[in-house]
Design a protein around this ligand. Sequence first.
Ligand code: AMP
Length: 171
Amino acid sequence: MEHIAKLIRDVPDFPKPGILFKDFTPLLANPQAMAEVYDAMAAPMKALGVQAVLGIESRGFILGTPIADRLGVPFAPVRKPGKLPAKTVSVSYTLEYGEDTLELHEDAIQPGTRVAIVDDLLATGGTLEAACRLAESIGAEVVTCSLLIELSFLKGRERLKGRTVQSLIQY
Ligand code: AMP
């Protein structure tokens, strides 16, 4: 995965001072490397019998859709408030400063479906933990959470204790 990691660049002080942003647009510009990423993220999902992939807006869409395609299973978007047109369920979660909300169509999956939740990066785990609760609120069985990047020093896994978390690249 070292050649993949080399295509992720650090952008200091984005979107605000003190944040070291992990930018994977150079990786997106490399189709061979992206194919490896999709395959590597999809493989454990296949082994776990994943029946649907949920991607978190917006970089989780980029990764989640081709992964769902590789598995031959449905994809559903987890979105910021007010973006999904049909009837939704929502969940709110706390950020460092304030609160955020995620939404999912209430008919996105059938109850009992084995789902994987996909995002680009695990930081504190708040977003992913909220997405898991959201999926479970419509009866999903979350069998794995899959990330391209994990910032291990932020201990997001602790917030997701008891859940399967898989990441390709750790810092
Ligand atoms: P968290 O809820 O703290 O785990 O934050 C995860 C979400 O914030 C993901 O959707 C990431 O895309 C984004 N994020 C947080 N920190 C970074 C970072 N250093 N670089 C890029 N994206 C980040």
